[in-house]
Design a binder for this molecule. Structure first.
Ligand code: SF4
Length: 397
């Protein structure tokens, strides 16, 4: 059997929005690492040593070394089948492995402080989902009857990242050993403590040897943040944008496209920039897959590389959750688009990969009805209209 070695199994740590941990952001969040007693490890109850020596991590390493496709790494195996690449393959090339299981690569989902309420998100990553979450995800209605229980449930998503939490102490201690940070939200630009910690890394001289990746929704630019990021050895700022204009505003509720475009321009055209690179992460869903050409063309016009990420959860937003009539229209449209001479091969392959993903599953009527019902509830709560915003797609479903 092939060795399926993965750098993240040895040296990676992802802190999820609720403070649980796992080796990376592709590892199944429903299977967080546990300690020797079988308790779920959390940032406010366990040490980093316990996170790196979790029995679950040891068995993951054993499985991968023996060529066993570990169940919690399903997203990598799916990408390797549909796209011939994966986070595992790309990060094995990007990073050195230390087989002593030292923490070198940290991915932080810093709770649910956010200023947007994107369609494919939930209360775990955005506090702006507070009311909608009850209608979309509380199917049994338990939390609607138990408001205190709901408040407690929501608290787990910011508890680890409050200003006085143990997490920030631990974070500052590990700063010197980290080679690369990946920071996601919520919206990281809004995390005051995170900026203090990164500033400390700059002050103490670690940042010049560290790589930093930060994902933002593009709604914020601040000169002070630019200066901190510019002092890292290398920094990549990823703008999470899935569409342009009205369709962006529909998918990423509360966002204003003009404001985002202005901010993106301020970031990418900053005259003092030495170390910051920029790209765009496009979350591919059944809402935007027909319109991928618009955001891809926009990225190309700004000289930004787009990366396509296929949504797997919530499954009712997965791109394969479309009737065959819509898939036929989308396949036809991209048969023509992909012949465009000037499309770089990386982008061409990424789009083909997302189309493969869309075509990989048969239409499931129950899942489609779930999409119509839940997306319709959000339309009515948010005074938005799928029918008007996605006219071409709507005409064939
Ligand atoms: S194989 Fe994929 S999901 Fe598993 S730890 Fe590695 S990168 Fe993460």
């Amino acid at each position: 059997m092939n060795n399926l070695k993965c750098v993240h199994s040895y040296n990676g740590l992802r802190v999820a929005n609720n403070g649980t941990v796992m080796p990376c952001c592709y590892y199944d969040e429903e299977s967080p690492l546990k300690d020797l007693n079988g308790n779920i490890i959390k940032t406010h109850t366990h040490s980093i040593k316990e996170m790196m020596e979790s029995p679950d991590r040891i068995s993951l390493i054993k499985d991968l070394e023996s060529g066993i496709k570990h169940g919690a790494c399903k997203r990598c195996w799916t990408d390797e089948t549909n796209k011939n690449t994966s986070k595992r393959i790309e990060d094995n090339e990007r990073f050195d492995t230390d087989y002593n299981k030292s923490l070198k690569y940290i991915e932080l989902n810093l709770g649910n402080t956010c200023n947007l309420a994107c369609r494919m998100c939930n209360i775990g990553a955005s506090i702006k989902w507070y009311d909608d979450h009850l209608e979309i995800y509380d199917d049994e209605g338990g939390f609607r009857k138990d408001k205190d229980g709901y408040k407690k449930f929501v608290k787990q998503f910011y508890k680890s990242f409050e200003d006085d939490s143990r997490f920030w102490e631990e974070f500052e201690k590990i700063l010197p050993q980290i080679s690369a940070f990946d920071i996601y939200g919520g919206e990281p630009m809004l995390m005051k403590k995170q900026w203090e910690a990164l500033e400390k890394s700059v002050e103490l001289g670690y940042s010049k040897d560290q790589e930093l990746h930060l994902a933002t929704n593009g709604t914020i630019f601040a000169e002070k943040y630019f200066e901190i990021l510019n002092k890292f050895k290398k920094c990549v700022v990823t703008f999470s944008l899935d569409a342009v204009g009205d369709r962006l505003e529909y998918i990423r509720h509360h966002a204003k496209w003009n404001n985002i475009e202005t901010n993106v321009d301020r970031w990418i055209n900053h005259p003092k920039n030495k170390n910051i690179e920029f790209d765009v992460a496009i979350t591919v869903t059944n809402l935007n897959i027909y319109y991928l050409d618009e955001i891809v063309d926009w990225c190309i016009s700004k000289n930004l590389t787009p990366f396509l990420i296929d949504v797997s959860r919530p499954e009712f937003y997965a791109s394969y959750n479309l009737p065959q009539s819509a898939k036929n229209l989308i396949n036809k449209k991209f048969d023509i688009y992909l012949y465009k001479q000037e499309l770089p091969s990386f982008i061409l392959e990424s789009i083909k990969g997302s189309l493969n993903n869309m075509n990989s599953k048969e239409y499931d009527m129950d899942l489609w009805f779930m999409f119509k019902k839940k997306n319709g509830i959000l339309d009515s709560n948010r005074k938005q209209s799928f029918t008007n915003t996605f006219e071409e797609l709507n005409s064939v479903i």
